[in-house]
Every structure is written in C-alpha cells, then in structure tokens.
Ligand binder design. Sequence first.
Ligand code: AMP
Length: 543
Amino acid sequence: MQQQPLLISGLIEHVAMNHGRVNIVSHLSETHVNRSTWGDVRTRSKRLANALETLAVQPGQRIATLAWNTHRHLELYFGVSGMGAVLHTVNPRLFAEQIVYIINHAADEYVFFDVSFADQLVAIADELPLVKGFVALCDRSELPQLALPNLLCYEDLLAAASPDYLWPELDENTASSLCYTSGTTGNPKGVLYSHRSTVLQAWAACTVDGLGLSARDSVLLVAPMFHVNAWGVPYASAMCGAKLVMPGHDVSGPRLFAHLRDEGCTFSLGVPTVWLGFFNYVESNLAVLDLTNIRLARVVVGGSAAPRAIVEKFHQLFGTFVIHSWGMTETSPVALVCNLLPAHEGLPLDKRIDIQTKQGRAIFGVEIDIFSPDGLRLPHDGTTVGEMKVRGPWVASAYFGDAPGSATDEQAWFSTGDVALIDSEGFVQITDRTKDVIKSGGEWISSIDLENAAVGHPKVSEAAVIGLAHSKWQERPLLLVVTKPGESLTRDEILSFLSERVARWWLPDDVVFVDALPHTATGKLLKTKLREQFREHRLPTEV
Ligand code: AMP
C-alpha cells in the first residue's frame, strides 16, 4: 500500500475540493456575521501560512491563540498546523498568572488574539519576553490603539500574502497543536497532539457509532476552540464537509436558540452548563418561541456528566438525541461515546434515558478498563467501581516538555483520575473523580449521581455535592444548591425529592442554598474551592 502521511493539510485540501461551497457562518458580534465557505478557509489558511513564513516562523515553533469560535480561529487551525508550526490554543478563562505561565512554558512566538482579549494581554505583555509579536484578529478599521509590542493586524497580514502555497509533506507524527489542562491544583500541563492523532480522532468522530458527523450536518460549534480543539469537531467537519456555525463569544440561551433556528443546525456539542443556560431560556419563553423550527437531531454533551434532565429535555422539547461522551485533554478528547445498541430498541423512554446518562463505550482506537488500587483489572459487572485507565493512538504518553512515556505505566495505561464502573456490554459510567468521591462508612457515594439527581428538580438550576469530614462515618455529603431565578425551595423539599431517587444512606446530611457555584476555566465545578469554603461547616448529623 502507498505510504500517505495523515496530515491536517490533507483535511483542508479534501474539504475544499469536495465541499468547497459549504458555508462557514461566523458570528463576530451580535450584529456582524461573516459568511464564508470551506473553499475560502483553504485560500485564507494558505495566505496565513505564507504570512507566517514571512514572519520567519519555523516548523515546530508554537503560535498561540486567545480567541473565540470564529472563521479566523478556524483558519489558524489549518494554516498554522498545515505549514508545520504548532497551534497553541490558550484558554482565556484561566487566571492571568496561568496564561503567563503557559505562554512562557510553550515558548510561543506570536499570539493571535481577538480584540475582546486586548486588555487581558496588555496587562501581562511585559511578562512574556519570548513573544515576538501580537496579531489582532480583525481588520485595520477595528484595530484599537494598544500598548503591545510589535502589534500586527490579521487582515493586513492576509491581504499582503499570496494565496498560493504548497503544504509541506510532513511526517504524520509531527506535532500539530498544543492544549494545556487546567488542573485544579498545580501548574497547567501541556498536551501536544500530532497530525496523525488528530486525523485518526476526526475519523473516529465521523463514524456512525462515533459522533456520526456527515456532509448532511449543519454544526453549531458551541464547545470552545480553546479547549481540546473543540473536541476535534472542526477537523471532523472538514473530513466530512459539514457546515459550521461558529457562535463567537456569545453562547447565551437566546443566541444559541437563534443560531439553531436560523442556520438549520442538525448537530451541536457543549458542556452541561451551557445547555442548562439554554433550557433556562427556552423554558421561560415557551409561550413565544416556535420550537418546531429547530431541526437539531443530535447533540453531544460532555466535559462533565450529562444530567438526566438535559437528556430528557432535549428529547421532549426538540426530539434531539443526546450523545453523551467522555474524554479529557489527554485523550484528544473523544474516547467514550454513548450510542444505543439493537438490544435497546423498543425500550421504554425512561429505560433508554438510563443508558444515555452513562458515558458510553470505547470507540475503536482507544482501550478502557477499570483497576483496583493495587493495579488489578476489575470485573465488568455493572457494580464494581475502580479507577479508569485508557490507552490508544490519541492518548497522551507524556506532558509537553517531559520525558516520553512519563505519563503512563509500563503497559502504556494512562490513569484518568476518574472512578467508573463498566457493565457487561461495555457501557462505562463515571461515578466520580478519585478526589471527589465521598467515602462514607467504608462505602463510596457518587457525588456526580447526587448532583444529577438534584438538577432533576424543576426549581434547581445547578447543584454540587462535596464530602465533609464526619466523626462517625469518615465523610458525609453536603449538597449545595443554586435555585432558578425567582424560585424558592426548602431543604426538606429537595431532600424528599432526592429520597425517591437515591439510596437512603446517600442522602446529603445537609443542604446549603447559594447564589452561585465556582467553576474551572473549562466550566467544571471547582470542588477544591467549595471544600475550602465549607471546611468549617458543621453537619447536623455530628454529635
Ligand atoms: P478536561 O481535560 O478539562 O477536558 O477534563 C477531563 C475530565 O472531565 C475527565 O477526567 C472527567 O473527570 C471530566 N469529564 C469529561 N467528560 C465527562 C463526562 N461525560 N462525564 C463525567 N465526567 C466527564
């Protein structure tokens, strides 16, 4: 067989040749929409590659982005990696010190930024000695006066560059992009993806039992492009020629609803928090919204466990099938996908939703298993829980800058830090993070299950469960609840709601109503902060 490297430039060439007229809709602001095509993305990413060469960017060097989901960010995905440099997508929601740390750690040459991040960058520019220049993602008329050294304008760079460019024939194991994990403790750690891992992951996403993406889809790209490459969907969309709708900075309920309706979106993806906001909007405007205009067939929910209420609401209001998926920065990210099997056909709805709230089964390419603390494989009996490990061609073997293989054990297993059970059909259910599981009287209580049950209450907007030290039981759960605007709820009401849904001994020992819950830069509950905040809270069950 021929030896053809799997390259990101191959994706953009393919889509431009075969789906060149398919639309890329990019919302730059509430009033400014840019409409282009996959053909334009190829032309402009070639201009970008020439512009980077003019700036003396060398293969392997890192180019940072601080940017929303827009057509320009998409051009960077293909132009930077295609010419052999490495695209480093910086999460703008990180603290300033973390952004300084990762830009310096990655030794980024240039930072391409959306103008809305200009103040953030000006404040830290002095601490970025390795950055040679800053490129504003706008045209000349939108370029503000900024105290940034070597400030350049993206549209000027592109206008001055030729659209003719021959992509280099790279080795497929060449690095293509870099993303740092925002752990809750310590410095962020970089995961360096390769052209090969990226293309393989995109292929898996396009399979019917993967995310099932196809040329017939119009994709609302809600997951941010600065977090694990928007779950690989920009590459997968190029592979199959799907239309892309990019919401820019505004992912509020009204805007998402409008995009779904106006662009005929059939597919979307995002974390549960975004969808909770979406349903808050839809449910409080049911009298005025016409839901029959929404054609959304599938929505991928991941990043945190998909609460049952989200799966139910998508089905009830729009007939949308929720594809629950699990992954992490270190797994590119898609590794587990929850699609149904023939055996599930004809199941009553609530039983089907029981399955959809699991994280799903391994897609071909990745291997998943659960292990005891002393490293033994545990049975797939649907009840035994253990730490989940993963290995495969799009799973990290080391963090950026560390020795090869240093993030895995001798059998190449990567420890996820997630606790899970696996049933006899291979469906995995994540029950907790190893650090968050509540150890009560020698048994484990799943904080995720409790949170999901609480979010099922119609008056609850968000919930978190943490374990507090307990003199008799070692730890007992404390439930923190944010109610929906204008709603009031009592401790007894929520506890009696939960008592019909979880085992008696799982019931939280106390409930505290809060105005808001803290989140990480990727939208997950920040439980380290909650544990710190409620360390002194005295549970009523303490004697
Ligand atoms: P990150 O690297 O920031 O994407 O975070 C990865 C972590 O998010 C995983 O290790 C899980 O703890 C969590 N996660 C991702 N997807 C899911 C899911 N579907 N259900 C539960 N937890 C998830």
